[in-house]
Design a protein around this ligand. Structure first.
Ligand SMILES: Nc1ncnc2c1ncn2[C@@H]1O[C@H](COP(=O)(O)OP(=O)(O)OP(=O)(O)O)[C@@H](O)[C@H]1O
Length: 937
């Protein structure tokens, strides 16, 4: 059937789009248009096959990919449909399923409820630490992170604590099995799941409940799984369960881009798909539309060294292109400066031609970003870093999120542990230990332990008062989510309540809400909210949206009315939806709750009315503001009165903004917390950024006209952990392939001959990555790497002797324009007289003129001048200084790295004044005064 959706698609792509019935394996090489095929396939199902959108499910790995897919589908369809297919990540899909159906797993009413919490790594660590303590294991002999890694490994392989114990080969493994068991029980008690559990519990649910499974199979008639090569065992099982009897499952992947074995991904899933579904149709996408032939050939040559692959003949019509660039810097700093220089040039040149010049600097490990960041700052180049310290990881944000988690699920013991004394409210370690012991011995949650301790007066009066206040704070916040809260508030401020307003119904089905689907198999009928119990003495004096007045100690909800059950407050926190109007509109299914909330509009807080319609609960930003204030958190930060504490306050305000955005998207408290938990590193990628820094893992799926692949050194890439492990090494090679194939027009690979490791004073010599050797030399151009130097004071010989260099052109490029070039400013290690003399000797040996002032600012300037480029001295991101610090010859100084020394010589004046210092332990160093951080002794 000719369809406009097949326009501009090659034959294989067309096949991939129209083959919608039965199992399909789409083997898609890098840049071969798999995202394009998936999105067109979805549009094809909707437009040409008249499949209702809500019957389509596409699962990806990142929120970013899911979002992009949704946008692309909408664009292809040329309109936004009321019903959209479900485009979700594995984890978010599982959260939706569990938020709706997890209670089907309960046995005799025992089991997790829909208001379960999601534990992130910090929460998990807290549980593991407590388990270690309980077992009397020193956390230095067994690191919590290690134990957690093993637990996660076991879960990803679907091994339970007992099986783990039976298979354990040594006492450490046995201990981990015990920790695993405690960990499992603690999470169950806290009504919490970790990330791995989200998948495991969904699989368990779909396996154990035929009714639930069939409902999802009826709902999702067409299932697509992206990045199938990265699926682990639970994801594989989930795929099979979702494929159901209809078998309309299309998996898309590239075995050469499988890079997540450390997260349990099993490359066999893709290699064996044809065995799992004997009637599978396999389609190979082999035309690459992204990269030049040079880049593709280079990447292909690298990955061809792997044995675990099906093999593809990836080709491109983009013949030629520039050679793959290679630069070998003397050290990490110079590597970074080289990159910054190239980027500056690229942005200047490309900026005139391309609409949006974009480039990426890719590295194997996050810590490599530091030097590149510093160099970019020196060059005043703005950059965007993916995977830095996430907003949701900041301690103050985590603290307030813990309060919110507790409002959602008071049995979340980790959230309670985090918030109970933050800010300090006199609840000491001993009190908490007593409560935890009580919880442990009686099998109740810490929250319930507080109630019991209060009832039975098991703790000193002071502790009980403090705990009572804390408990009331949470109860008050929970009460804000109850329907009667608004009526109460309205009465108190003299507002009028209409009859219609009083029977507000909560929308209970979050799965449909999020999907926007109207499938009847997902009954979205509203459930009436249970009666709310709010004491008549409820204090409404705190003024929502403005100033929250008194802190917790004068909360007036009577303690006796603060009960533990969700129903007691008339809220079902899992299904509670304070933003029903937005939601109902989205779903096109008007409900009684549609009456627009005055507070659901984006008014500035100060413009909001101080009352609301009865039946309306507080909004999410109001709840956050209430907690910020009544917990005393903001006040404590204000009291600190430091720039740091003010910036923390700003972060908390930003959290309220995030909540406002969430509200406008129609999200519930549970959605908001889920979102905060599921935000991942890769999600911070911005397509508008001109310069992006990220790890190779995060770069998956992206493309850039210019890509730098840095740190191409043995031990760094491939990572030292994998060097003796053939399987690990193959994965590193795939990672290299992923990195290289991100480049569209230009690929530059760099390495440093010497690199500082583990903060060592002396940089260590490195060997070029074996992956460099695997790129045929005819594809490589040396970008002017300076010749290897004998390294002075570094204890290592020249790596010119490396077997890789001898065998490969990498690292032995012709130094076409002569000169011993260093992108170095202080070049402290070589600026001593001896170093200079030997550099010049080396230069002479290579038939080049001796250098003047090697490694100094002037040298850089002359280097650039020699290349016919204008050298603009970079402005550094450091406070301007006069350079006239009064340091003179003979003065004694201390340097942060070189220790004590005496000034030997001072040259120049002003901000570029240079100082030569004779350091007791490190000899003579020439430093630029304004950067040297010298302390006068
Ligand atoms: N038939 C086509 N004609 C023109 N351009 C195409 C075609 N198919 C794909 N492209 C372009 O090729 C590039 C790569 O496509 P896409 O991102 O879908 O590839 P991919 O297979 O998902 O890549 P990877 O797996 O490497 O991340 C995009 O810029 C896309 O627009």
């Amino acid at each position: 059937m000719a369809s406009h959706l097949l326009n501009n698609m090659n034959t294989q792509q067309q096949d991939g789009i129209v083959t919608v019935d039965g199992p399909v394996l789409l083997l898609a090489g890098a840049g071969s248009g798999k995202t394009r095929v998936i999105t067109h396939r979805i549009a094809y199902l909707i437009e040409e096959r008249n499949v209702p959108a809500e019957q389509i499910l596409a699962v990806t790995f990142t929120n970013k990919a899911a979002k992009e897919m949704a946008e692309r589908v909408e664009k292809i369809l040329g309109h936004s449909t009321l019903a959209m297919p479900t485009l979700a990540t594995f984890h978010s899909f599982c959260v939706r399923v569990l938020r709706r159906d997890i209670e089907a797993l309960q046995v005799n009413g025992v089991g997790l409820t829909r208001s379960f919490a999601i534990y992130d790594e910090t929460d998990q660590q807290a549980v593991v630490k407590a388990a270690l303590k309980r077992l009397g294991i020193d956390d230095k002999s067994l690191k919590p992170r290690v134990a957690l890694g093993r637990i996660s490994w076991a879960k990803n392989h679907m091994i339970d604590p007992q099986e783990y114990f039976l298979a354990s080969a040594n006492p450490i493994e046995e201990k981990i099995a015990h920790i695993f068991e405690i960990y499992r029980k603690e999470l169950a008690k806290a009504n919490a799941l970790d990330f791995d559990d989200l998948l495991l519990e969904t699989v368990r649910l779909l396996k154990s409940s035929k009714e639930v499974r069939e409902r999802y199979n009826r709902r999702y008639r067409y299932v697509m799984i992206d990045e199938y090569q990265d699926t682990n065992r639970p994801q594989y099982e989930l795929m099979k369960l979702l494929a159901g009897d209809h078998g309309n499952v299309c998996v898309v992947g590239d075995e050469d881009q499988s890079i997540y074995s450390w997260r349990g991904a099993d490359i066999k899933n893709i290699l064996d798909f044809e065995k799992d579904f004997p009637n599978v149709r396999t389609i190979r996408l082999e035309q690459n539309y992204r990269s030049t032939q040079m880049i593709l050939e280079g990447a292909g040559a690298v990955v061809a060294q792997n044995t675990q692959r099906k093999g593809k003949n990836l080709w491109t019509a983009r013949e030629g292109g520039s050679l793959i660039g290679y630069y070998e810097a003397p050290d990490g700093e110079n590597e970074a400066l080289f990159i910054a220089d190239r980027i500056k040039k690229y942005l200047r040149e490309a900026g005139q031609q391309e609409e949006l010049p974009r480039c990426a600097v890719l590295y194997r490990t996050n810590s490599q970003s530091r030097l590149v960041e510093e160099a970019l700052r020196r060059y005043q180049i703005q950059y965007h870093m993916v995977g830095g310290f996430s907003f949701y990881d900041r301690s103050e944000v985590k603290d307030i999120l813990s309060y919110l988690k507790l409002v959602q699920n008071p049995h979340d013991s980790v959230a309670l542990g985090r918030s109970v004394n933050s800010p300090p409210r006199g609840i000491g370690k001993t009190t908490m230990e007593t409560l935890e012991r009580m919880a442990l011995t009686t099998g109740i949650s810490t929250w319930d332990a507080i109630a019991r301790a209060t009832e039975e007066k098991l703790l000193p009066a002071r502790a009980l008062t403090a705990l009572g206040n804390f408990r009331r704070l949470i109860e008050d916040a929970r009460a804000m989510l109850g329907p009667d809260f608004a009526a109460k508030l309205t009465e108190d401020v003299g507002g009028s309540v209409t009859e219609d307003d009083t029977d507000f119904n909560f929308v209970t089905d979050q799965v449909s809400d999020v999907d926007g689907g109207g499938d009847t198999s997902f009954d979205t009928s509203s459930e009436p909210a249970p009666e709310a119990v709010v004491d008549a003495s409820f204090d409404t004096s705190f003024n929502f949206g403005f100033d929250f007045g008194p802190s917790e100690e004068i909360s007036t909800i009577a303690a006796e009315n603060a009960t533990d059950s969700d129903a007691a407050h008339g809220i079902d926190v899992a299904s509670f939806n304070p933003f029903a109007p937005a939601l109902s509109t989205k779903r096109g299914a008007p409900a009684k709750a549609e009456k627009p909330s005055p507070l659901a509009q984006s008014e500035a807080p100060s413009e909001r009315p101080a009352f609301r319609t009865a039946g309306e609960a507080a909004t999410l930003p109001e709840l956050i503001k209430f907690l910020n204030d009544r917990s005393g958190y903001i006040r404590a930060l204000e009291d600190e009165a430091t720039p740091e504490s003010y910036s923390r306050i700003e972060n908390l305000k930003e959290l309220a903004n995030a909540a406002q955005d969430a509200q406008e998207r129609g999200e519930t408290l549970a959605d908001f917390l889920d979102h905060a938990a599921l935000v991942s590193d890769a999600d911070s990628y911005s397509a508008e950024a001109r310069v992006t820094l990220m790890t190779l893992h995060a770069a998956k799926g992206l493309e850039f006209p210019l890509v730098f692949l840095t740190g191409m050194e043995e031990g760094l890439f491939p990572h030292s952990r994998t060097i003796t492990d053939p399987t690990g090494l193959e994965e590193e090679r795939r990672l290299c392939y992923v990195g290289m194939t991100r480049a569209m027009d230009t690929l530059v690979m760099t390495r440093a001959r010497y690199r500082r490791r583990y903060g060592s004073d002396m940089p260590e010599s490195s060997m070029p990555s074996r992956f460099l050797e695997e790129v045929p030399s005819r594809l490589v151009e040396d970008l002017g790497s300076p010749p290897a130097q004998p390294q002075f004071g570094r204890g290592g010989g020249s790596d010119y002797d490396s077997p890789f260099e001898r065998r490969n052109r990498f690292g032995k490029g012709q130094d076409t324009d002569g000169g011993d070039r260093h992108y170095s400013y202080e070049d402290e290690d070589q600026s001593g007289q001896g170093g200079q003399r030997n550099n010049n000797l080396r230069a002479a040996a290579l038939g080049r003129p001796p250098q003047v002032g090697s490694g100094s600012m002037d040298n850089i300037a002359s280097f650039f001048a020699a290349r016919g480029q204008k050298f603009t001295k970079p402005k550094l991101d450091v406070p301007e200084q006069t350079g006239k610090t009064g340091l003179a010859k003979g003065a004694r100084v201390r340097h942060p790295k070189y220790g004590e020394g005496m000034i030997f010589e001072c040259e120049g004046n002003g901000e570029d004044a240079k100082i030569t210092v004779n350091f007791a332990k490190h000899g003579v160093k020439k430093l630029i005064e304004k950067f040297a951080q010298l302390e006068r002794l």
